[in-house]
Design a protein around this ligand. Sequence first.
Ligand SMILES: C[S@@+](CC[C@H](N)C(=O)[O-])C[C@H]1O[C@@H](n2cnc3c(N)ncnc32)[C@H](O)[C@@H]1O
Length: 255
Amino acid sequence: MDITDETFARLMVDLYGSLPRQGPGSPESTRRAFAMLGALPALPGVLDIGCGTGAQTIELASLTQGHIIGLDVFDWALDTLASRIEEAGLIGRVHTIQQSMDEMEFSPESFDLIWSEGALYIMGFEHALKTCRSLLKPGAHLAASELSWFQDDPPSELRQFWAAGYPDIKTVEDNVRLIEDCGYEMLGHFHLPAEDWWNDYYTPMLSLLPSLRQRYAEEPDAMATLDENETEMEMHRKYSDYYGYEFFVCRRPSS
Ligand SMILES: C[S@@+](CC[C@H](N)C(=O)[O-])C[C@H]1O[C@@H](n2cnc3c(N)ncnc32)[C@H](O)[C@@H]1O
């Protein structure tokens, strides 16, 4: 996409900034994945990669008494999370770090739990799995949702759509194999339900589109981005049996 950095930055805030979350998910799915973890220390150190405005970060803070770092590259997302942290009385226990996941500066074996909802694809799932493994203490956990094929014969229209948007998409089975090959023990995985795509993500985004189309009417690249988002929703409406987010919960073995 040939869109200027300035227009892109503005559009990101306008399109995603006011949504309850920046990708598919729900408190129920966060809790379901959390319940699949093995035993954690009483006060685990948790890293939430690509936290966005922190829907799952705040949920995690209700599930564990540990210290949580929400890491994201965008200041507008972290500003919203900072307000949520303050409102929830979590200052001192939940922190934000503005940093790219490609340039994380934590020491090896720093965390008891790494969480990431809909974000590890940004660094490439395989590279992310290897990076996270080195940041986890032996015996520590990774929970991450990753776009995956649910069937291995997707219709060509859908295959073409994701070939452009996420050419690395793999089947659930291939992702399970990849996770194990990257040195994890799989504890379990599940599909995010359809309502996780719509309730806090597509439906509120859909309601923003008419006003954004007016605001960006003179900016063809921005309009193309809005069109892409609408096409993505259409794909999900038609083909959600064929693909979706799979939530994977796994552990770095103790030895
Ligand atoms: C699909 S959203 C998911 C956000 C959040 N986890 C959720 O489920 O609502 C992906 C997130 O990754 C963030 N992101 C994009 N590139 C990044 C990077 N290089 N490093 C860290 N975060 C990044 C975006 O700002 C966005 O918040």
